[in-house]
Write a protein that binds this ligand. Structure first.
Ligand code: GAL
Length: 659
C-alpha cells in the first residue's frame, strides 16, 4: 500500500529537505511524486540542464527509504519557452491567447512544445532510469485540466492532418459531417478549421470530431513521453493522473496505455453526498483496467483553495474517504501535497504537513492513517466478478449527446449516470462503469442516454439480452451513428429488435431549474409497480410494437402513454424508459429492478449513509453518518485476522472484513 504526496522541494531552502524526509518517515510515507512543476528549475534555459539539486533530493529520499514517482515536469513550460516560441501558446475558440503566468499554457499539438517537452523528458529519463529510488514515472500532470480545448493555428494544422488520416478522402468527410447542409461542403482538408467562434450553430460532426481530436492530441503527448521514457531504458511502471469523469479525455482509451491507472479526487466537504460522487470516481477508475488495482494519486488532507468556499474536512473524513478508495480497488493513497506551500496560488491548500505545523489535527490524522494503512496486509486485487451490475458510460456518447441544437439542451449524461450510480450505491450494490461492449460480463446493465450507438455496441447489448442479461435503456438512446447522423428507418433502429419499441418523438420538458417565468411542462409523472415517480427533461412518445407496459405517464401531455416498457427477449429482458426520473424516481426504479432481477447487494440491513464495497473476499464498510452504526458483518478483520461477528462504526469509522 503506497502512501505519500506530491513533493515540491524546490519551493523550500535545501536545509528543510532532511526535515521533510524525517517527517515523511514519521507519517509512514512510502512514495512521493517529485518534480511535477520543476521544468524551470531543471532546465533554466534551452539547452541547459541543472540536475544537481534533483540528484541531491532523490538521494536524500532514497537514503530515507522513500521511493520516488518521478515526474516528467512537462505540465508547465517555463517563461523562457513561451518568450522564445510564442506559437506554443494555446488559444480559445475566439482566438484569445492563454498567456503564461499560471500553468498549462501550451498547445498540445504545437510541434515546438512537443520538441521541448521531448528534450526534457529524454534528459530526465536518461539520468534517472536506473536510479533505485525511482519506482514509477509520472507523465505530465492532469492532461487538459485547465485547457479543455485548443483552437490555435497549431491545432488547426494538426486537426487537418488528423482528419486526413481518419477520412483519407475529403468526400468521405463531407458525407460524415453532412456538409451539404448550409453550403459547408469542403473541397480539400486545407479548408477545414477547428470549430472556432462562428455566427451560429456549428456542424455537429465537426464538433464531435474536434472532441475526438482534442483527446487524441493530449494522448499523443502522453504516448510521446511514455515512449521516450522507455527509449531511455526505464522499466518502472508509467502513469499519468486522471481526474475522474473528466469530459475532454476519454480515459477508456488512455487506460490501455498506462501501466497503472491513477486518479485525483477532491470531494467537497460541504456536500454531505460527495462521498457518493467519490465512490463513482473510484468505481470508474477500477473499471478502466479490470482486475488491476489503481492509485489515488491526489486528494486533500483538509481544505482546498479553489472552490468558492473551501471548507475543512470533518475529523476522520479524510481517512474515511481513503478507506473508500482502498475498498474500491486503490493500492495507494497520496495527497496534493507533502508540505503546504508558503507562496503561490495554492498556499491555502491543505497538505500532509500543514503550515501551522505538527501540533495540528491534520498532522495527527495523517500519521494515524499512515499507520493504519501500513498495518493492512496485501489485499486481493479487485475482481471483475465483484460487481454484477454495470452502467454504460461512454465518452463519445457523452460528447455527442451533450451537443447543441437538440430537443433537450440541458442533458448531462454524467449527471444522469451518477444518479443511477447513487441509487445503487444507497442499496450497497457494487457497480462497474463500462463500455457497452462489456455488457456480457454482468447480470444487470443500465444504459441511460445512449444517444450515439455504434453497431458493434448494439450487437453487444443484443447478445447480452439474448444470453439472459437484463438491460435497462432509454431515453434519448439509439438516436445517431458515430458521426452524429440519423440512420435510415427512424429512431431506435439498432435496438428495436430487443426492446419491441420505437421512439416517435423525444418530448422535451422544460428543465426543472429553468427560470420560473418560462412556460411549459416541467415534469412528467409516471407510475408502475414501484409506485409514483417523476420524470424530467424528456417524456418520449413511444410506439410499442412488441413489449409489455410496466409503467405509464399519469399526468401532463402524455397521460396514459407508456413510460417504461419491458420485453422478455431470449433468455433475458430489455426495458426502455421514456423519461429521466428524478432522484427519488431513480431510487424507486432501482429498488424495483433489484427485486425483479435478484441482484444481491454487498451487505444487507445497512443505513444509506454507510457504504459497503467488495474487493475480492474483503468487504469494506465506511460510516459517513453523524452517529454510531452497528454493522452485521461476519468474518475476520483484514488487518489483524481477529474474528469479527458484528461491529460498531463511529462517525467516519471504517473496517475491512475478510469474508
Ligand atoms: C490538482 C493538481 C495539483 C494541485 C491540486 C490542488 O488539480 O494536479 O497540482 O493543483 O489540484 O487541489
Amino acid at each position: 500500500m503506497l502512501y505519500g504526496a506530491d513533493y515540491n522541494p524546490e519551493q523550500w531552502p535545501e536545509e528543510i529537505w532532511p526535515d521533510d524526509v524525517a517527517r515523511m518517515r514519521e507519517a509512514g510515507v512510502t512514495m512521493v511524486s517529485l518534480g511535477i512543476f520543476s521544468w524551470a528549475r531543471i532546465q533554466p534555459r534551452e539547452g541547459e540542464f541543472d540536475f544537481g539539486w534533483l540528484d541531491r533530493v532523490i538521494d536524500l529520499l532514497h537514503a530515507g527509504g522513500i521511493a520516488v514517482d518521478l515526474a516528467t515536469a512537462t505540465a508547465s513550460p517555463p517563461p523562457w519557452a513561451s518568450a522564445a516560441y510564442p506559437e506554443l501558446l494555446p488559444r480559445d475558440a475566439d482566438g484569445s491567447v492563454f498567456w503564461p503566468g499560471s500553468r498549462q499554457a501550451y498547445a498540445p499539438s504545437s510541434p515546438v512544445y512537443r520538441r521541448l517537452a521531448g528534450e526534457l523528458v529524454t534528459a530526465i529519463a536518461e539520468r534517472y532510469a536506473g536510479h533505485p529510488a525511482v519506482v514509477m514515472w509520472h507523465v505530465n500532470n492532469e492532461y487538459g485540466c485547465h485547457l479543455h480545448a485548443d483552437y490555435s493555428d497549431a491545432a488547426r494544422d494538426a486537426f487537418r492532418r488528423w482528419l486526413a488520416d481518419r477520412y483519407d478522402d475529403i468526400g468521405a468527410l463531407n458525407a460524415a459531417w453532412g456538409t451539404d447542409f448550409w453550403s459547408q461542403r469542403y473541397g480539400s482538408f486545407d479548408e477545414i478549421l477547428p470549430p472556432r467562434k462562428a455566427p451560429y450553430s456549428r456542424n455537429p460532426g465537426q464538433v464531435l470530431d474536434f472532441k475526438r481530436f482534442t483527446n487524441d492530441m493530449l494522448l499523443e503527448c502522453y504516448l510521446m513521453e511514455r515512449d521516450l521514457i522507455r527509449a531511455a531504458g526505464a522499466t518502472q511502471p508509467i502513469t499519468t493522473n486522471f481526474m475522474g469523469a473528466f469530459e475532454p479525455a476519454d480515459y477508456r482509451k488512455w487506460a490501455e496505455h498506462v501501466d497503472v491507472v491513477s486518479d485525483d479526487c477532491y470531494p467537497d466537504p460541504n456536500d454531505p453526498e460527495s462521498f457518493r460522487t467519490a465512490a463513482f470516481s473510484r468505481d470508474l477508475m477500477r473499471s478502466l483496467k479490470p482486475g488491476v488495482p489503481w492509485l489515488l494519486m491526489e486528494q486533500s488532507t483538509n481544505a482546498l483553495n479553489w472552490r468558492p468556499t473551501n471548507a475543512p474536512k470533518a475529523p476522520g473524513q479524510m481517512a474515511a474517504l481513503s478507506a473508500q478508495a482502498v475498498g474500491r480497488g486503490a493500492d495507494g493513497i497520496l495527497f496534493f501535497q507533502w508540505r503546504q506551500s508558503r507562496a503561490g496560488a495554492e498556499k491555502f491548500h491543505s497538505a500532509m504537513l500543514p503550515h501551522a505545523g505538527t501540533d495540528t489535527r491534520t498532522w495527527r490524522e495523517v500519521v494515524d492513517l499512515g499507520a493504519r494503512l501500513a498495518a493492512l496486509p496485501g489485499l486481493p486485487a479487485p475482481q471483475p466478478a465483484d460487481a454484477r451490475v454495470a452502467i454504460v458510460y461512454d465518452w463519445e456518447n457523452r460528447w455527442a449527446a451533450e451537443g447543441s441544437d437538440h430537443p433537450q439542451n440541458a442533458l448531462d449524461v454524467t449527471a444522469v449516470v451518477q444518479r443511477w450510480h447513487r441509487a445503487l450505491h444507497r442499496r450497497h450494490v457494487q457497480v462497474d462503469l463500462i463500455p457497452a461492449e462489456r455488457a456480457g460480463e454482468y447480470d444487470l446493465v443500465i444504459a441511460p442516454l445512449l444517444y450515439l450507438l455504434r453497431e458493434s455496441d448494439a450487437a453487444a447489448l443484443t447478445a447480452f439480452v439474448d444470453a439472459g442479461g437484463h438491460l435497462v435503456t432509454g431515453p434519448f438512446t439509439d438516436v445517431v451513428d458515430e458521426h452524429d447522423r440519423f440512420r435510415e428507418g427512424g429512431f431506435t433502429t439498432q435496438l428495436r429488435g430487443i426492446l419491441g419499441v420505437d421512439v416517435e418523438d423525444f418530448g422535451a420538458l422544460v428543465a426543472p431549474d429553468a427560470p420560473a417565468a418560462e412556460p411549459g411542462e416541467r415534469v412528467a409523472p409516471f407510475a408502475g409497480p414501484f409506485g409514483d415517480a417523476t420524470g424530467t427533461l424528456l417524456a418520449e412518445e413511444l410506439r410499442v410494437t412488441d413489449a409489455s407496459i410496466e409503467a405509464s405517464f399519469t399526468g401532463g401531455r402524455l397521460t396514459g402513454r407508456p413510460a417504461l416498457t419491458l420485453r422478455e427477449h431470449g433468455a433475458g429482458s430489455a426495458r426502455y424508459l421514456a423519461t429521466i426520473p428524478d432522484e427519488a424516481g431513480t431510487q424507486a426504479l432501482v429498488d424495483h429492478l433489484l427485486t425483479a432481477t435478484g441482484v444481491e447487494p454487498v451487505a444487507v440491513r445497512l443505513p444509506e449513509q454507510v457504504e459497503a464495497m467488495r474487493r475480492g473476499d474483503v468487504v469494506t464498510v465506511v460510516n459517513h453518518a453523524t452517529g454510531d452504526v452497528a454493522v452485521n458483518l461476519v468474518g475476520t478483520d483484514a488487518a489483524t485476522g481477529a474474528p469479527v461477528d458484528g461491529l460498531t462504526l463511529a462517525p467516519y469509522g471504517w473496517a475491512m472484513v475478510r469474508k
